[in-house]
Design a binder for this molecule. Structure first.
Ligand SMILES: [Zn+2]
Ligand SMILES: [Zn+2]
Length: 133
């Protein structure tokens, strides 16, 4: 599968028998299934994606889904300044995460998974306060 950003073939990362994400060596971005992501989040004691409180921003120029070439939808966190953003494909449920959001600690399945958990922990952190304006 090719990276939605720079059309480079992404590396498939597996854990045990299961593939769970694709990693682009060129830009460092990650692609994974919403189902796999939710499993990771729940395992880390976080809510699933639906509970993260992100809001879709259709004005953002997101990339294209590497699976079915549907335009991706950017979803922003509730942070007032510099919201975190991930992109999702409404057709296949894939999730795209930019590399800039991850610490450059290596590209093993374990470190990338830790990066994903950190990202979404931060993503959901301002959920409560943002609503009471
Ligand atoms: Zn890339
Ligand atoms: Zn898709």
């Amino acid at each position: 599968m090719d990276c939605p950003r720079d059309d480079v073939e992404m590396t498939e990362l597996t854990e045990g028998e299961e593939r769970f994400l694709f990693h682009c060596k060129e830009c460092g971005g990650l692609w994974l299934d919403a189902a796999d992501l939710n499993r990771i989040l729940l395992h880390a004691g976080l809510q699933t994606l639906e509970g993260m409180g992100g809001r879709a921003n259709p004005d953002t120029d997101a990339g294209e889904c590497p699976v079915d070439n549907v335009g991706l939808l950017a979803v922003e966190s509730q942070h007032k300044r510099d919201p975190l953003v991930y992109e999702t494909c409404e057709s296949c449920g894939g999730i795209w995460l930019e590399s800039a959001d991850f610490a450059d600690e290596g590209t093993s399945a374990r470190t990338l998974k830790a990066g994903i958990v950190d990202f979404f922990r931060e993503f959901s952190s301002h959920r409560a306060s943002a609503g009471s304006r």
